[in-house]
Design a binder for this molecule. Sequence first.
Ligand SMILES: CCCCCCCC(=O)SCCNC(=O)CCNC(=O)[C@H](O)C(C)(C)COP(=O)(O)OP(=O)(O)OC[C@H]1O[C@@H](n2cnc3c(N)ncnc32)[C@H](O)[C@@H]1OP(=O)(O)O
Length: 225
Amino acid sequence: MMRSCTAALRTLRVLRCRLEGAFPAARHPVLARRWFSTEKVIPKDQALPNPSWSKDLRLLFDQFMKKCEDGSWERLPSYKNSKLVKEQLSQAQLFTRGYEDGLGFEYVMFYNDDEKRTVCLFQGGPYLQGVPGFLHGGAIATMIDATVGVCAAIPGGIVMTANLNINFKRPIPLCSVVVINSQLDKIEGRKLFLSCDVRSGVDEKILYSEATSLFIKLDPEKSLT
Ligand SMILES: CCCCCCCC(=O)SCCNC(=O)CCNC(=O)[C@H](O)C(C)(C)COP(=O)(O)OP(=O)(O)OC[C@H]1O[C@@H](n2cnc3c(N)ncnc32)[C@H](O)[C@@H]1OP(=O)(O)O
């Protein structure tokens, strides 16, 4: 018994060294704690209201939850990527979910299967500042990519962004709420064409950005590297 425990620990140490060699990030104390801990991680659905959500974000969330009642729309929980990626990538997470509540990307997505549309309600926090007082363009691009990505991945399976074109028309005030509305326009073989706009939340009067994108369904015969 004692011998098998020692052997198991030795194997674990060897595996850990190999992992750290392959992925230097595994030496990071927080990751190491998560990856090598035996504690069960209880997934938290981050696409639900938290105290950092503004009144506008709550209002829009409630409106969309009402639309979900007849089954035409569906809220997409943030941890439940099973619809998109079959296997759970234990400790991996979208980088948009790496911030503490309210500081970075606060958002929830809703999907309409009949219309092949995804709507993202997004509040960009203070850590996403670009020009003082406004959201960084990269943060806007990230949320556009994530929203059209979901819109492509639900019908398309495992897809990657091949092309993303964005016209930034007006700067988005930091901590304001915007609605990212994306739709699948057409599918040609492995190519999925999508479009998207970003408007001010609640009234949708201000058009902040417009984008088009091309996603490619991965060919299982081809290696990514
Ligand atoms: C679900 C979570 C949401 C999060 C969303 C986040 C999504 C992301 O950020 S993904 C990360 C960023 N993207 C990447 O790193 C992708 C890097 N690129 C690649 O790996 C490859 O180019 C890849 C996989 C996109 C396509 O490669 P491959 O499968 O070999 O495609 P390939 O055979 O060359 O082309 C297929 C078709 O697409 C077309 N195509 C490929 N790339 C492009 C492009 N950039 N522009 C226009 N057409 C293109 C080809 O011309 C071809 O067309 P046709 O079938 O008519 O001849």
